[in-house]
Design a protein around this ligand. Structure first.
Ligand SMILES: [Zn+2]
Length: 337
């Protein structure tokens, strides 16, 4: 249940796997020796006999090696809050005012709660054969829109029959109302990312007042466009290290929920290199539930189909944020948010 427990379990798992690998490599070695002995013996024998023995050996050899696979994605309960902390610092690296766009793949039909396997049923064919996969859920999040890429992201999500969670910047809404509306109507969640995305204004002024004010203002703007009132926010650059306990109290008192992420795609850092973004995601994704930070960027649009394809192959389904199925995903592990 706790993060520490989970880490311990994971370590145990790794240990078990290492042991198993060791064992199988030992087994392999002995197989090779046997094969060598047999093959040299067979050299002495007639040519046709040698052939038969050799084939027999390579077959069993192969199957011994093949025992290793699977298990890569443990069936542990998801913990979103867990390894956020280490990832936080990376986000702050994003410092230059980058609009971030979160895109979550959500099953078009619905958004499964993290531990809830119900969405598995709409998961394509894989659901039947691999039951575990039903528990593995990805939330694609797209920050820093709306903008010229919003429509493209929505279109890619639509093509894949999934939804995303967007955290949009209030000051960019004007002129992009249609894209926001379309995104919302297609089943995506429009969350809040402040009016200005300005670090100095949001965090360096007097306490949380400016921060809260910007989010309330944006909430009203989005409500007018989509007809629903969003309460989920994402703090620009993440909630760490700028947001302290007092600040968290104020956010909770204002009734906002706040999501950070569990996987930082670092997409803003890879213009023109969509394959690097995919790599980054492959490197980080391993929990049953992951919230992936992405931005509304050209390279992200290019990488998105590949990202979705990879995650589907890994047995994940996709969900979009649903207020009534809220669960905390913040670096401070604050259960109120
Ligand atoms: Zn941002």
């Amino acid at each position: 249940m706790s993060y520490i427990q989970r880490m311990e379990e994971e370590q145990q798992l790794q240990q078990t796997k290492r042991n198993r690998d060791k064992r199988s490599s030992r087994r392999m070695k002995s197989m090779v020796i046997i094969a060598l002995v047999l093959s040299s013996a067979s050299l002495v024998m007639s040519a046709f006999a040698a052939n038969n023995i050799w084939h027999g050996n390579s077959a069993s050899h192969g199957s011994a090696v093949a025992v290793t696979p699977k298990f890569a994605g443990s069936a542990e309960p998801e913990s979103l809050t867990e390894d956020k902390a280490p990832l936080t610092s990376t986000e702050s690296a994003e410092a230059k005012d980058q609009p971030q766009v979160n895109a979550n793949d959500a099953d078009t039909t619905q958004s499964p709660p993290p531990a809830n396997p119900k969405e598995g049923k709409e998961e394509k064919t894989g659901a039947k054969t691999e039951k575990k996969t039903a528990q593995k859920v990805i939330y694609l999040t797209f920050d820093d829109g709306p903008g010229k890429y919003t429509d493209q992201i929505v279109s890619i999500l639509n093509k894949n029959g999934i939804h995303g969670t967007f955290f949009m910047i209030g000051n960019q809404v004007s002129g992009n109302e249609k894209a926001i509306k379309t995104a919302a109507e297609n089943g995506n969640y429009i969350g809040l990312h402040s009016m200005t995305h300005d670090k100095k204004k949001l965090y360096r002024s007097s306490g949380s007042a400016r921060f809260i004010k910007e989010f309330k203002q944006e909430q009203e703007i989005i409500q007018k466009i989509t007809g629903t009132t969003p309460w989920l926010i994402r703090a620009p650059y993440g909630s760490k290290p700028e947001i302290n306990n007092k600040f968290l109290n104020d956010i909770a008192a204002a009734k906002f929920k706040m999501w950070d992420w569990t996987v930082d795609s670092k997409d803003w850092n890879y213009p023109g290199k969509p394959e690097r973004i995919i790599q980054e995601i492959k490197r980080q994704v391993h929990r049953d539930t992951e919230v992936i930070l992405m931005h509304e960027k050209s390279q992200t649009v290019q990488a998105l189909p590949g990202i979705i394809k990879y995650l589907k192959k890994k047995g994940y389904s996709f969900a979009v944020y649903k207020p009534d199925q809220h669960f905390p995903v913040n670096f401070a592990k604050d259960e109120r948010l």
